[in-house]
Design a protein around this ligand. Structure first.
Ligand code: MG
Length: 268
């Protein structure tokens, strides 16, 4: 029984060729949608408007939002309550991840805005994020975005057979810390495909050679969350928004990545 369960767990981590085709199609679609949302980012636009645009583009493309209603619980009457209320996470400035879009939050020149987005397409999930400056970003903001994006690239480069999830986290952490920034510990990357969040966890820190051994067919959402100050974060009263504890800037970049026989493929 235990061996059978282990086998089933392992198999769910390895996507079939037909699942990979659908993930690739969905991932490319998701990247196009995020590009279009980013093109709409400018001073005077609200994060609520960006969310409306993202949902319109998803529905037009035949995709379902992956985050809307995420984490909802079922009441005794069978009603869903308390899930994430939007299709897009819009985390500005000290926002790390999972901040809720709002008509009241109008983007200002100099803001940093993290946009995290996920879809379900042909039954399978993909997930990605980028952080961009609104108008003119400060030198610190630009540096933070550049280092976070480069840390993602270095983490992705470790996503190959024979390496482990710890190799990914280690590569991200040493690069980020060598530039005087810090990686968030309370939230991590994850497997993705059959659900938005599945096993294994993919931390952005840790020791090389630890964690799960990577194999061809695994699909991972690799997503460094990098703070300009300390690594500590806190949750706001809305139950979703995660912000830096010291109020300093944070950036977030994410791709859905396939581990291949030789190396990797970015699906988003
Ligand atoms: Mg993710």
């Amino acid at each position: 029984m235990f061996r059978a369960l282990c086998f089933m767990f392992h198999m769910s981590l390895i996507k079939t060729p037909s699942e990979i085709d659908k993930l690739r199609e969905g991932g490319h679609l998701l990247a196009q949608i995020l590009d279009a949302v980013i093109a709409a980012v400018k001073p005077g636009v609200s994060t609520g408007e960006l969310n409306v645009l993202a949902e319109k583009l998803m529905r037009e493309a035949g995709a379902e939002p992956a985050f809307l209603g995420y984490g909802a619980r079922l009441t005794k009457q069978g009603q869903k309550v308390g899930g994430f209320p939007a299709v897009l996470c819009t985390s500005a400035n000290e926002g790390v991840v999972h901040c809720i879009p709002s008509r009241e939050r109008v983007l200002r020149d100099g803001d940093l805005i993290g946009l995290d987005i996920g879809i379900k397409y042909k039954g399978l999930f993909t997930d990605m994020a980028r952080t961009v400056g609104v108008g003119t970003a400060s030198a610190t903001a630009k540096q933070l975005m550049r280092i976070t994006k480069e840390a993602l690239d270095l983490g992705i480069a470790q996503a190959k057979p024979g390496n482990t999830t710890g190799d990914i986290g280690h590569a991200v952490q040493i690069y980020v810390e060598s530039h005087g920034f810090s990686v968030v510990r309370d939230l991590v990357g994850h497997g993705v495909g059959h659900a938005v969040h599945e096993k294994p966890p993919v931390p952005n820190f840790g020791k090389a050679g630890t964690g799960l051994l990577l194999e061809p067919g695994m699909v991972l959402a690799i997503e460094p969350m990098v703070n300009a100050g300390g690594p500590e974060v806190k949750w706001l009263d809305d139950g979703w928004s995660v912000v830096t504890a010291d109020g300093k800037l944070s950036a977030h970049f994410e791709h859905t990545v396939l581990v291949k026989k030789f190396g990797y493929e970015i699906l988003t």
